[in-house]
Design a protein around this ligand. Structure first.
Ligand code: GUN
Ligand code: FE
Length: 423
C-alpha cells in the first residue's frame, strides 16, 4: 500500500541553512512514508514499483499556511485599498454570498480545483462564518486530495450584519462544526478561526480558547498586520500590552494547541518573545502585505531568533495561489527591507525561502515538507524542459529557475500527497 520508489532530480531542505540536491536519486517510500533518499537503489527496494521521473525536478509539496477560500473568486481584483477599507469594500461583500449554498458550491468547486492542480499539497484555510458552506468546502478539499485545516470564521462585532453572529451562536455553531468534522475525513480537519481582534469580543475569544483546549483543535488568525488595524485593536483592548496578548489571554496563542498567525508585520519585542515561547507559527504573506499596503514583515529577525515561519498566499490579499511566487516575493521584499529599513537585516536567500515553503510550514502538520526518514511523502514533480537554456546548469540552479520563473505555470507533471499520487 503506497510503497514504491520514485526516481528523479531531488531537491529538499532539512534546515533553513542546508539545501540538498541529488541528481538521479531514488526516494524509497513505504506505506506513504519516506524511508530515505538514495544515490543508488538499495537491493531491498528493487522489487518495489518504480515511478520513473528521470531528468525531472522532484521537490517536497508546497505548504500554504494562510489562504481564504471564499476570496479566491475575486483574486487579482481590488488591490487598490488599505486593509480595513479593502475588507469592507471587497472581502466582506464577497464572503456574505456564502450564506447561499449554491453559490458556495460553485465557488468552492473552482477553488478546490485550483488547489488540486497547483504545487500546493497542504493548506491552512479560512472559510466564512457559514457552517454549512464551510463544510461543503471541506468536502471539496477532501476530494481534491490535498491535506488541509479549514476554519469556520468567527465574527461577533464591528462587521456587516450579514457577517455578524451573536457571541452565543458563533460558539455553538463552531462547537457543532468541530464535532461534525473532526473525524469525518482522511485529509481534512477543522481549525478554530477568530477572524482578528477587531471582529471578535473578548468573550468570544475566551470561549474559542476553551473549545480549542476541550477538543484539542488548532487555531488560526491574523496578527499585527496593518497600522490602522493595530491602532483599532489597541483601542478595543486597552488592557492588553500588545495585540498578541489578547489572543494569549484567551488561550489562542499556542498555549492550548498549534497556532498559526498570519502576517506579524509590526510585532514588537514582547509579542515576538511570546510567539517564540509559545511556538506560534508565522504565516508570511509578502504579496498581501504589498497589495493592501501593510508593510514588510521582519522575517530575517524571526529567522535569527528561531521563530517558526512558513509562507501564505493570503488569497485574495495576495493575488496568486502559487507558493513559488510567494517564495520569490519573500526574497524580493526582504531586499527592500534591507535597502530601505535596516541594512543589518540581510536579505533572505533561496534556501531560506525554500525551507519556509516546505518544512517550515509543513511542521504545522507534523512530519511534512521534507524527504527525511519518517516524513509523510508529499512531492511535486516539475518538468523544467519548458525553460530551455544553452548553458550547463547545476540541479540547484534548475530548481531556482523553476521557482523564479514558474509562478502559476510550474510545469507540474505529478503530485503526491501522503504517498498517494493525485496528479
Ligand atoms: N484581517 C482580517 N481579515 C482579513 C482578511 O480577510 N485578509 C487579510 N489580509 N487580513 C485580514
Ligand atoms: Fe488573511
Amino acid at each position: 500500500m503506497n510503497s514504491f520508489v520514485l526516481k528523479g532530480d531531488v531537491v529538499f531542505c532539512p534546515t533553513n541553512k542546508r539545501i540538498i540536491a541529488i541528481e538521479d536519486a531514488y526516494i524509497v517510500v513505504r506505506g506513504g512514508i519516506c524511508e530515505l533518499v538514495y544515490g543508488k537503489l538499495p537491493d531491498d527496494a528493487k522489487d518495489l514499483p518504480l515511478h520513473d521521473y528521470t531528468g525531472k525536478l522532484v521537490m517536497p509539496g508546497m505548504v500554504d499556511l494562510h489562504i481564504h477560500a471564499p476570496q479566491y473568486a475575486y483574486r487579482g481584483l481590488g488591490a487598490d485599498m488599505e486593509l480595513l477599507d479593502w475588507l469592507e469594500h471587497y472581502a466582506f461583500k464577497e464572503e456574505a454570498k456564502y450564506a447561499d449554498l449554491d453559490y458556495a458550491d460553485k465557488a468552492y468547486a473552482i477553488f478546490a480545483d485550483a488547489l488540486h492542480s497547483s504545487a500546493t499539497t497542504r493548506a491552512v484555510v479560512f472559510g466564512t462564518i457559514h457552517r454549512k458552506s464551510t463544510k461543503l468546502l471541506m468536502d471539496k478539499l477532501e476530494e481534491s486530495g490535498i491535506v488541509s485545516y479549514v476554519g469556520k470564521v468567527n465574527m461577533d462585532r464591528n462587521s456587516p450584519d450579514s457577517l455578524t453572529e451573536s457571541t452565543e451562536d458563533s460558539c455553538r455553531r463552531t462547537e457543532r462544526f468541530i464535532t461534525e468534522t473532526s473525524d469525518k475525513y482522511r485529509n481534512t480537519y477543522p481549525i478554530i478561526t477568530p477572524r482578528f481582534v477587531p471582529s471578535c469580543t473578548d468573550e468570544l475569544l475566551e470561549k474559542l480558547g476553551w473549545l480549542s483546549e476541550q477538543y484539542d483543535v488548532p487555531v488560526q488568525s491574523h496578527l499585527s498586520e496593518n497600522p490602522g488595524e493595530i491602532e483599532w485593536a489597541r483601542g478595543l483592548c486597552p488592557d492588553s500590552r500588545f495585540y498578541g496578548e489578547v489572543y494569549d489571554r484567551a488561550g489562542l496563542f499556542g498555549n492550548n494547541a498549534n497556532t498559526v498567525m498570519a502576517h506579524c508585520v509590526w510585532s514588537g519585542d514582547e509579542e515576538i518573545a511570546l510567539m517564540k515561547e509559545r511556538g506560534v507559527y508565522i504565516a508570511h504573506c509578502p504579496a498581501s502585505n504589498m497589495n493592501v499596503s501593510s508593510g514588510i514583515a521582519p522575517i530575517r529577525r524571526y529567522l535569527s531568533e528561531e521563530l517558526r515561519v512558513g509562507l501564505g498566499s493570503d488569497i485574495a490579499g495576495g493575488q496568486s495561489t502559487s507558493i513559488f511566487t510567494a517564495m520569490v516575493e519573500a526574497m524580493q521584499v526582504s531586499r527592500l527591507y534591507w535597502r530601505h529599513i535596516d541594512n543589518t537585516k540581510k536579505p533572505l536567500n533561496f534556501t531560506e525561502v525554500f525551507h519556509m515553503a516546505t518544512k517550515g510550514g509543513g511542521q504545522f502538520f507534523g512530519k511534512a515538507g521534507s524527504f527525511e526518514r519518517g516524513y509523510e511523502f508529499d512531492a511535486i514533480v516539475i518538468d523544467d524542459s519548458t525553460l530551455p537554456h544553452p548553458q550547463e546548469l547545476t540541479l540547484l540552479q534548475r530548481a531556482e529557475r523553476a521557482v523564479w520563473l514558474g509562478g502559476d505555470k510550474t510545469g507540474l507533471i505529478a503530485k503526491y500527497v501522503r504517498g498517494t499520487k493525485i496528479i
